[in-house]
Design a binder for this molecule. Structure first.
Ligand code: HEC
Ligand code: HEC
Length: 392
């Protein structure tokens, strides 16, 4: 990939030729990207100095340049349902299993069954589905609790493309072509679409497409939930002066709030949807509400503020809880585990602060903790202090 920095350097290095206006759409203009915008502006100033008349009437005509074929090639990685764009190559299920164990299983489970970081990838499809090309468990009345990737997938090119461009989540675009073929074959073998001694390649992928369990299941409209045969959504188109106030129509009574343990620490079968922290009273205002309406009295359970920062809320709003449980490992260790491991370190606060801001790996395993450049300093300090104090 071309980073904005490399891009700007090259833009500066090659003085602009007048670009043909007809081809403007095909240019990769970067005006919304601040780093490129500045460069473009500087270059525009140079172009004005040369003072072509057209530049005064339509100043943007002379800004930017054509993307080079090499740049376009680097961006142009999509693989289409007819396999246009698919690189030549091959990878076996056995190779894929190695890649999966090393780079995917920590989040998706050894058999693609994990519901912790994302909904399961494999499960819910049968031999009969493979024959028919429609997945029974997606039909009305099915009691199957999940929609797994293999249940929904209608084109095998999508699976290949998605893994190639987006996975592993913490290091996208690091897999070789062979690894992408292999790991795609491994997923397909877990769903019994291909045998375990199979080698997937650009030569036989079209045959594999003919065995996808949901290949005939692409529909144009399918609501997530249905009520009386219709999508469970109600809305009136509003283009002007639209009402913005949220109204709460139902709520948990206070006595029941924490009756089943902290909802936030639980995984529901429909996916890792994080609920409210029920160890705390209900919030007085909805998160993100602008001008905040008072909530119905029953919702509000005022408690004297202790003045201490609400660390658990920070962990949520900064998505730390996507990877760390309070008491359990998800992708990274549970916060209690971190507290126990680093207890007694003289420099615990500084150590933890460093890890939170800069990330790291190797203390608990191979999966890295990504750096957190957007985390506010004060929040990072409060979180580090909270862990050093025992993560309670
Ligand atoms: C650090 C955690 C993590 C790792 C490691 C990881 N994934 Fe994922 N994966 C995710 C998350 C999170 C999503 C959902 C992303 C989204 O929807 O934006 C996902 C989505 C997917 C999907 C798409 C599922 C769908 O139905 O949309 C596939 C396929 C997939 N991953 C395969 C892989 C493969 C293959 C590897 C290893 C090469 C891998 N993942 C490694 C976290 C991870
Ligand atoms: C994508 C998943 C992910 C996210 C998001 C994430 N972490 Fe981590 N974190 C990890 C992993 C994995 C490790 C273990 C790294 C290792 O083995 O050294 C880790 C390690 C840590 C450690 C160091 C523990 C030690 O003893 O060295 C701290 C502290 C920590 N995380 C706090 C946070 C905080 C606070 C946030 C949110 C701002 C956060 N993490 C977000 C995955 C994540």
């Amino acid at each position: 990939m071309t980073s904005p920095v490399a891009y700007s350097l090259r833009v500066n290095a090659s003085p602009l030729k007048g670009a043909k206006p007809a081809a403007r759409q095909s240019r990769f203009g970067g005006f919304l990207d601040s780093s490129r915008g500045i460069v473009a502006f500087a270059v525009a100033a140079m172009a004005f100095a040369a003072a072509p008349v057209s530049a005064q009437t339509k100043p943007w005509n002379d800004i930017g340049r054509y993307a080079t074929p090499a740049e376009v090639k680097a961006w142009d990685i999509d693989v289409r349902p007819d396999f246009k764009g698919l690189p030549k190559g091959a990878g076996s299920v056995a190779k894929g299993e190695e890649v999966w164990e090393a780079k995917c299983a920590s989040c998706h489970g050894s058999f693609g069954e994990s519901n912790e970081v994302f909904t399961p990838i494999v499960g819910g499809t049968t031999k009969a589905d493979i024959e028919r090309g429609r997945v029974k468990n997606l039909e009305e009345g099915s009691s199957f609790p999940q929609k797994t990737t293999m249940m929904k997938l209608a084109t095998v090119s999508t699976l290949w493309d998605y893994i190639n461009r987006a996975m592993p989540w913490n290091a996208p675009k690091t897999l070789t072509t062979e690894e992408v073929y292999g790991v795609t074959a491994y997923i397909l073998s877990l769903a019994e679409v291909v045998p375990t001694d199979f080698t997937l390649s650009d030569q036989n992928i079209a045959e594999v497409q003919k065995r996808l369990p949901n290949r005939n299941g692409m529909v144009f409209y399918e609501p997530l939930w249905k009520v009386n045969g219709k999508g469970d959504v109600k809305n009136v188109a509003c283009m002007k002066d639209c009402p913005v106030d949220a109204t709460i129509r139902s709520s948990l009574p206070d006595f029941a709030r924490d009756a089943h343990g902290n909802i936030q620490e639980q995984n529901r079968v429909i996916g890792p949807v994080r609920g409210a922290d029920t160890t705390k009273p209900a919030p007085k205002v909805l998160p993100g509400a602008g001008a905040q309406p008072a909530l119905p009295v029953a919702m509000v359970t005022p408690k004297a503020s202790t003045g201490a920062p609400d660390v658990k809320a920070m962990l949520n709003s900064n998505s730390c809880t996507a990877c760390h449980g309070m008491k359990n490992k998800i992708v990274g260790p549970g916060f209690n585990e971190i507290a126990a491991k680093q207890k007694g370190r003289a420099d615990a606060h500084a150590y933890l602060l460093g890890k939170i801001k800069a990330g790291g790996s190797g203390v608990y395993g191979a999966v890295p903790m990504p750096p957190q450049p957007d985390l506010k300093d004060a929040d990072a300090r409060a979180i580090a202090q909270w862990i050093a104090d025992g993560a309670r």
